[in-house]
Ligand binder design. Sequence first.
Ligand code: ZN
Length: 151
Amino acid sequence: MSDLRELYQEVILHHNKSPRNFGTLEDANRRADGHNPLCGDRLSLGLKVVDGRIEDVRFSGSGCAISKASASLMTEAVKGRKAEEADALFHRFHELLTGPPDVKVDGKELGKLAVFAGVREFPVRVKCATLAWHTLEAALAGGETASTETP
Ligand code: ZN
């Protein structure tokens, strides 16, 4: 677990400092804004979806290191995937963050996202880590906004 914790800190710091796919996607055909009022994290997501596949994705906004790193990793994880695959990945990720401490981490399926298992120890941070994913769901569903405080 200490290895995972070190990796977690390293990944969060790295992606917070140099986020992937950061900026505005000019030819986006789906957009949504996300807000986590508990922490003050805000992000805007632009997607280019063609034939049900996420061809491109970019995010912008400001928030804590966890929300930003999570958004960065999320964009890497879903780019090139079908919307259903992204959806399934979010469910696995959510399970990882909110499941019981002994829940098995499937590193193969989640890839780098598995490092967020460290967030499980800090329930208030779970909202930071899932904000980008809630926003993704809203964008894919054709919505405009997502809040971690909306059921
Ligand atoms: Zn946050």
